[in-house]
Design a protein around this ligand. Structure first.
Ligand code: AMP
Ligand code: GLY
Length: 425
């Protein structure tokens, strides 16, 4: 098979590694890819939102399967465009990717089908939102821009003044662009957060693994929200009992609800959950692999990923016996100091060879590129994701932190407490 992956971050590097291990893959392309993906795939300079170019390229090269890794092209309808041109694609169509693309949609879906989540109201008029906050809200309260905002469109407001500022930022100043045309105001929940990645074929859902993310930039969960500074998998807090509850009350009901709405979901649903006193509740849905969740889950997948993609597209996931190694994994993100606000890039990265040929330690490239002299240089806020596998989480964490020392670049920054919660388990 000739396969094209759309995207160019650490997640797409992890997908590329999984596809490159498939005996069915004869040629792998990635658009646009990055300097690390280039060791596994031919990278082509086409952006993930350049739908016409992606369709033309796929036709020209006779691509058998396009795997769309990123949220923006999924929500924008890339899978629909590919299918119209007769090209097979892995990922939800536009009418299903809305599960991630509109928080107001996902909240209404959960309410309609009785899927546990925080209480909420949707607003498209800032005056009505302000009125609600002044008369009915309990603080702290959570404001969410409706649309995609790089994981940054969520504000937790301690009091009315902060919430009023938040409404202004989201709906009036349009800090997150059109994502703020609508807004969800929801109840603040407390508890431990767990992510669960699943494959879905329109009706059947198969669990990959649980993981725990570290979204804040600084140690001790301080600083701004980021795309994710590291994570571990599986989560020891995601017990068998919780898993049973979620399968019955959250995962299958979500898949069934989408089918009932005439929006069958094919692809990956990433459930962001909070384990509250009142049981597990949905924080958010993502319509794709997480980044860096893919980096701790896919290296443990024992099936041929192309078989699983086919089953998700064809509705035959019930025939797939999904298998993961019983290893644990920890990923530590090496970022550019200053991320997620302001940072310099273009610094040469030293020591990457140390990862060559390793079976249990991986260096996934997130923001890297080749400079004019052919050196690999930093090219983003998140630069590398160092993943290690171990017999247990503690071993994986020790190996991951050890490997973070193998590479170096100017302004290298990381959190030093990824997986701290493992000690509390
Ligand atoms: P989301 O993008 O919706 O997952 O929100 C980003 C982060 O904001 C989550 O990972 C939580 O840490 C936090 N968050 C979102 N919704 C709530 C909520 N209702 N209560 C408490 N924290 C929340
Ligand atoms: N790591 C969180 C996300 O991919 O949305």
């Amino acid at each position: 098979m000739k396969v094209l992956i759309v995207g160019g971050g650490g997640r797409e590097h992890a997908i590329a590694l999984a596809v490159s291990r498939s005996s069915r893959c004869e040629k792998l392309y990635c658009a646009p890819g990055n300097a690390g993906i280039a060791s596994l795939a031919e990278c082509v300079p086409i952006g993930a939102m350049e739908f016409d170019k992606i369709v033309d390229f796929s036709k020209e090269k006779g691509i058998d399967l396009v795997i769309v890794g990123m949220d923006d092209p999924l929500v924008g309808g890339l899978v629909d465009e590919l299918e119209k041109a007769g090209i097979r694609a892995f990922g939800p169509r536009k009418n299903a990717a809305i599960l991630e693309g509109s928080k107001a949609f996902s909240k209404d879906l959960m309410k309609k089908y009785g899927i546990p989540t925080a209480a909420y109201e949707n607003f498209d008029d800032p005056e009505k939102a302000l009125e609600y906050l002044r008369t009915q809200a309990k603080f702290p309260i959570v404001l969410k821009a409706d649309g995609l905002a790089l994981g940054k469109g969520v504000l937790i407001c301690e009091d009315l003044a902060a919430a009023e500022d938040g409404v202004r930022e989201i709906m009036q100043d349009k800090k997150f662009g059109t994502a703020g045309n609508r807004m969800v105001i929801e109840e603040f929940m407390t508890g431990r957060e767990v992510s669960v990645l699943t494959f879905v074929d329109g009706k059947t859902v198969r669990i990959m693994s649980s993981a725990q993310d570290h979204k804040r930039a600084g140690d001790g969960d301080t600083g701004l929200n980021t795309g994710g500074m590291g994570n571990f998998s599986p989560s020891p807090f995601y017990t068998k009992e919780i898993d049973e509850f979620c399968r019955k009350n959250i995962f299958q009901p979500t898949v069934d609800a989408m089918a009932a709405e005439g929006r069958p979901f094919h692809g990956v649903i990433f459930f962001g959950l909070m384990l509250t006193q009142g049981g597990p509740k949905v924080l958010e849905y993502n319509a794709r692999f997480g980044d860096p969740e893919a980096q701790v889950v896919l290296p443990r997948l024992e099936n041929d990923i192309l078989d699983v993609c086919d089953a998700c597209i064809d509705g035959t996931l019930d025939k797939i016996d999904l298998k993961f190694s019983d290893k644990a994994a920890v990923c530590v993100v090496l970022a550019s100091d200053g991320y997620p606000v302001k940072y310099e890039k273009g610094f040469p990265i030293r020591g990457l060879d140390a990862f060559d040929g390793k079976e249990d330690v991986f260096c996934f490239h997130a923001g890297t590129k080749f400079d004019s002299e052919g050196r690999i240089v930093t090219n983003g806020g998140r630069v590398l994701g160092i993943t290690a596998l171990g017999d247990d989480l503690k071993e994986a964490r020790r190996k991951a932190y050890e490997a973070t020392e193998w590479v170096d670049f100017d302004n290298k920054y990381m959190r030093h407490d990824i997986g701290k919660a493992i000690d509390e388990a």
